[in-house]
Design a protein around this ligand. Structure first.
Ligand code: FES
Length: 110
């Protein structure tokens, strides 16, 4: 099991267990986190945007240019932003901490 801690904009903490090969988006959605993932991991939306805890950001495989382009469009994006659909769980990521941007609450009403 690979444990990921999700922290939402209100500071609520949820620990979610995933297995190797699942995406961060998959486990977040399965646990009811408010990430839409509209384009089904095609890097054509930014509704799966999350902010990686700064201590973890450099441990992730680097993003490709298409991902960077989508993040430029994501509201509330920060230096440690990533698209959660592009982050595949590996044992190295056990203990990962991820923040859900406040904006994802607003997107749910669209
Ligand atoms: Fe659209 Fe991740 S689900 S970019």
């Amino acid at each position: 099991m690979i444990k990921v801690t999700f922290i939402n904009a209100d500071g609520d903490v949820q620990e979610i267990n995933g297995v190797e090969g699942q995406s961060l988006l998959d486990i977040a959605q399965a646990a009811g986190q408010p990430l839409e993932g509209t384009c089904e991991s095609q890097m054509a939306c930014s509704t799966c945007h999350v902010i990686i805890d700064k201590d973890w950001f450099d441990k992730l495989p680097r993003s490709v240019e298409d991902e960077e382009d989508m993040l430029d469009l994501a509201s509330g994006a920060r230096r440690t932003s990533r698209l959660s659909c592009q982050i595949i769980l590996t044992p190295d990521l056990d203990g990962l901490v991820v923040h859900i941007p406040a904006e994802s609450r607003n997107m749910q009403g669209l």
